[in-house]
Design a protein around this ligand. Structure first.
Ligand SMILES: *[C@@H]1O[C@H](CO)[C@@H](O)[C@H](O)[C@H]1NC(C)=O
Ligand SMILES: *[C@@H]1O[C@H](CO)[C@@H](O)[C@H](O)[C@H]1NC(C)=O
Ligand SMILES: *[C@@H]1O[C@H](CO)[C@@H](O)[C@H](O)[C@H]1NC(C)=O
Ligand SMILES: *[C@@H]1O[C@H](CO)[C@@H](O)[C@H](O)[C@H]1NC(C)=O
Ligand SMILES: *[C@@H]1O[C@H](CO)[C@@H](O)[C@H](O)[C@H]1NC(C)=O
Ligand SMILES: *[C@@H]1O[C@H](CO)[C@@H](O)[C@H](O)[C@H]1NC(C)=O
Ligand SMILES: *[C@@H]1O[C@H](CO)[C@@H](O)[C@H](O)[C@H]1NC(C)=O
Ligand SMILES: *[C@@H]1O[C@H](CO)[C@@H](O)[C@H](O)[C@H]1NC(C)=O
Ligand SMILES: [Cu+2]
Length: 785
């Protein structure tokens, strides 16, 4: 690889349909964020309106919505040139780079995606805290129901707007429009995604940024503030993959080690062994084809430098000013893979997690982000290196997004080291020469200065080659003081208002190991409980359940109780997987993360000693030390009384219970947290948001299989009333008697000329257009060619 200018790599940042819709800024990630509804002076807009249509599109196709035609794009005689197929006379014509900006390229392959107003990912919503968002969603799909969940929004007073189809409301049927209306709260980097089946992984997702207006007046506001949505990508629909996974067809995953041009069919002799992460535990069920950044990626090795016919090289490029502190809002929207993010030559400081500010003192080299999570990072753009490969002023750097894959299975000793799947994007300093590819190399982590990695799904990394690492658990970060002032850690004042529930996210079952919580595979209730609060809509669970129940697993929370959930990941069925657990309706405090026992190489050895299981699947569990059940034991202020240096002093243990590594003073707030294999996470929140809230593993295949449950917060009488006009979805059946009556009906015999009938028919003709709200008309975005 020489240093010749790489002219084919022209990466434009002007994105699809930026100017097609006047009411919004579009998916514009390269400017400092401005809310859609601008405020003037101190005026904060009370409402922002969005108008969405959900549609199918193909990747790699250039659409002309005015002419209702699509033109596939492809390479042909020159690996640096894309062409499109002109269907009127079946010829191919070269495409300009700016034309290509209107194409959803993903990794260069062709497949169906689900889009919002023709875009993937959907537009970024930016709103001020406290603003009312009105988002009209028209389902223009042929056969799938739709619902949109606003991940990070707590939906106070509006639990039926939470968008979990079959829990919070009914699926939006094809052709229907549902107008979501809720308050943009709390501030932070959030996102939205489909929450029925697997449409989220087929493209239905985007960023939702809530800005605290107070922040705008402080130096917390950045000149450059961009979103970076990460996802793993496959050449097939997620529902196809999900049904294949159930039959263990992943062994013959069709696109292993192949380019997108030979995808789509099972190939004899291609066998995928589920890959392993550092602790020896499983990662994704299905091999990932590529990793996308803001919808762009490649199946090839982008750092390799050679252009090939099957390599898409239109990667995402972030153009940033020099000598500034910029903010990148990272969202992992992946189906299944945790992703490790780094920027060559740069370190990063984490500002917030799931939208909640932390004391930004941790300078990191790598950030591991699990699906569902968000991290805001600050990056100083002051790195210049003069090397043969990186001439001065050549401000191009690789952003690397890697899977955690380290081993594959044939080698049981975990010695078969594999290259992780990698996605690439480019950080480009303003004023750098055009059309360059970065020449930067990955980070070096010498023993004298080991690399810091935030949020490992295990305790520690063993050195690799000459590189050394330190894992920082998120429980070691501390919430910003002002955030704790607004959201103090709820403290129980008596045993009566403290509810502690152990929830085991794991695989269980006597026939086959399936995704479950406490041994329960989730089955959606007959009707959305939120819409039928007084009816028992659940499929009842057999209790005790020892690993095989298939039911609408629900735990009741008493209103205003302090809720402590102990999320565990234990029992037979190992090797397991770390599960990113998302709790709807709340941001919770992370009090403690407990890890299992590891061997000298930090491979999983056995489950934690802190928790005792009552059955082999660990469908019910408790603390080993029963004094930990005492609500006072978790009073974090005791941590201050007994310093770390006094850890071995047990003299006053009973009088002053103390649990190692608990932070109940200023723990971080999150809404999604990773539960390590063999370990646990203690989270706490106050049950002050009545509603039915979904709790689930955010890995798509696990949630689809049953790793989900419902928290019923408050009694039905304590729930906010549901608007009577909200659409309902009920089972339907006619009795024999009712059907007999149906058959008895006969059309009325009309006597022609009867004045009475004329009058009746006139009255029966309503003016239809009065009844059709304007929203019922599907919106088609007009692209300009
Ligand atoms: C949505 O767009 C359609 C067509 O552009 C328009 O008629 C309708 O009023 C819009 N609805 C809202 C809520 O903005
Ligand atoms: C085919 O149609 C396109 C678009 O109308 C036109 O630009 C091109 O010249 C045509 N090619 C031939 C060979 O007719
Ligand atoms: C955000 O808006 C809510 C009301 O919706 C308000 O209670 C809160 O104080 C606002 N600011 C912050 C920083 O939470
Ligand atoms: C990409 O290619 C370079 C150069 O051959 C190699 O060093 C690197 O390991 C490759 N990366 C991946 C993820 O395959
Ligand atoms: C927690 O500890 C603090 C400091 O010792 C004390 O003031 C407070 O009363 C304790 N709370 C409970 C519920 O025990
Ligand atoms: C409970 O804790 C004790 C002391 O640490 C330990 O010896 C024992 O193995 C633990 N029990 C379980 C079931 O882990
Ligand atoms: C506590 O005891 C353990 C085992 O005896 C020892 O390794 C450790 O250094 C002690 N810690 C402190 C802070 O004294
Ligand atoms: C134990 O508690 C007593 C009474 O609060 C106190 O005087 C003593 O110093 C404590 N001992 C230790 C080792 O903390
Ligand atoms: Cu999971």
């Amino acid at each position: 690889m020489g240093s010749r200018p790489v002219s084919y790599l022209f990466l434009s940042v002007i994105l699809i349909t930026q100017n097609v819709h006047e009411t919004k800024a579009g998916y514009n990630h390269n400017v400092a964020f401005k809310p859609e509804c601008e405020r003037r002076g101190d005026y904060i807009p009370s409402k922002c309106v969005y108008n969405w249509t959900i549609d199918y599109r193909m990747t790699g196709v250039w659409y002309n919505t005015r002419r209702n035609s699509g033109k596939p794009v492809f390479k042909y005689d020159n690996p640096d040139q894309y062409y499109y197929g002109e269907q009127s006379n079946c010829t191919r014509l070269p495409m300009s780079e700016s034309d290509l900006d209107d194409v959803i390229m993903t990794d260069g392959g062709y497949r169906r995606v689900i889009t919002i107003n023709g875009q993937f990912p959907g537009e970024t919503i930016v709103a001020y805290n406290g603003t009312q968002l009105i988002i009209s969603v028209t389902n223009n799909l042929e056969e799938e129901g739709v619902s949109i969940h606003w991940h990070g929004i707590v939906q106070r007073n509006t639990p039926y707007m939470d968008g979990v189809a079959r829990i919070s409301h009914c699926p939006i049927n094809p052709g229907e429009t549902f107008v979501y209306r809720f308050i943009a709260y709390p501030p932070g980097t959030h996102w939205y995604h489909a929450h029925l089946g697997s449409l989220r992984s087929d493209g239905l997702h985007g960023a939702l940024v809530v800005i605290d207006p107070a922040e705008e007046r402080t130096k917390a506001k950045k000149d450059t503030d961009v979103t970076m949505i990460l996802t793993d990508w496959f050449s097939q629909d997620t529902s196809t993959i999900a049904s294949n996974v159930i039959w263990e067809l992943e062994r013959f995953a069709p696109f292993m080690q192949t380019s997108p041009s030979i995808q789509g069919s099972f190939r004899e002799g291609t066998c995928f062994y589920q890959t392993k992460q550092h602790d020896g535990m499983d990662i994704g069920v299905w091999p990932v084809q590529s990793i996308l950044v803001n919808g762009k990626g490649t199946v090839c090795n982008a750092t390799h430098g050679t252009s090939r016919y099957n390599c898409n090289e239109r990667l995402e490029e972030f153009i940033v000013p020099r000598h500034k502190k910029i903010r990148i809002r990272i969202i992992n929207a992946a189906t299944q893979y945790a992703l490790k993010v780094s920027i060559d030559s740069h370190s990063m400081t984490v500002e917030s997690m799931d939208g909640n500010a932390i004391q930004g003192t941790e300078v990191l080299d790598y950030l591991i982000i699990h699906t569902g999570e968000r991290y805001d990072i600050e990056v100083a753009t002051d790195q210049y290196r003069q090397t043969p490969m990186q001439p001065v002023n050549d401000g191009y750097f690789w952003i690397r997004v890697e899977s955690l894959e380290e081993f594959d299975q044939p080698n049981q000793n975990l010695r078969n080291i594999i290259t992780p799947k990698t996605g690439w994007a480019v950080l480009k300093y303003e004023g750098s020469p055009p059309r360059r590819k970065p020449f930067t190399t990955p980070k070096q982590c010498p023993l004298s200065n080991p690399c810091e990695i935030l949020n490992c799904p295990f305790r520690e990394y063993r050195p690799k080659g000459s590189n050394y690492y330190t894992c920082i658990p998120i429980s070691r970060t501390r919430a910003l003081g002002s955030l704790i002032d607004r959201n103090p850690v709820p403290m129980p004042t008596s045993a009566d208002n403290f509810q502690q529930i152990f929830l085991n996210f794991h695989f269980s079952g006597s026939k086959a190991l399936r995704s479950s919580i406490n041994g329960h595979l989730f089955r959606f209730p007959r009707l959305p409980p939120q819409l039928y609060p007084e009816r028992d809509t659940n499929y009842e669970c057999d209790e005790p359940c020892t690993g095989d129940c298939y039911c609408s697993y629900t735990e009741k929370l008493k209103l205003n109780n302090v809720i402590q959930l102990v999320l565990i990941n234990m029992g037979i069925g190992q090797p397991g997987m770390a599960h990113p657990v998302h709790v709807h309706g709340h941001h919770f405090h992370v009090l403690k993360i407990g890890y299992p026992q590891y061997d000298a190489n930090f491979r999983y050895l056995s489950d934690t000693d802190d928790v005792v299981c009552d059955d082999p699947f660990c469908s019910s569990a408790r603390w080993n030390d029963s004094t930990w059940d005492d609500y006072r034991a978790w009073n974090g202020s005791l941590r201050v009384i007994r310093p770390i240096s006094d850890i071995n002093n047990t003299e006053n243990e009973t009088a002053e219970p103390w649990i190692p590594e608990v932070n109940a003073v200023d723990p971080p707030l999150k809404d999604t947290v990773i539960v390590p294999v063999g370990g646990y996470v203690v989270i706490r929140f106050k049950a002050d948001n009545p509603g039915w809230w979904f709790v689930h593993c955010h890995l798509e295949f696990h949630y689809l299989e049953g790793m989900a449950m419902v928290l019923q917060e408050g009694e039905p009488s304590e729930m906010p009333p549901v608007p009577s006009i909200i659409p309902k979805c009920e089972d339907f059946e006619m009795s024999d008697k009712e059907f007999e009556d149906v058959l008895k009906w006969k059309p009325k015999v009309t006597i022609v000329g009867s004045s009475k009938d004329k009058k009746a028919s006139g009255a029966a003709l309503p003016h239809l257009h009065y009844f059709l709200p304007p929203l019922m008309f599907a919106v088609y975005v007009a692209y300009s060619w």
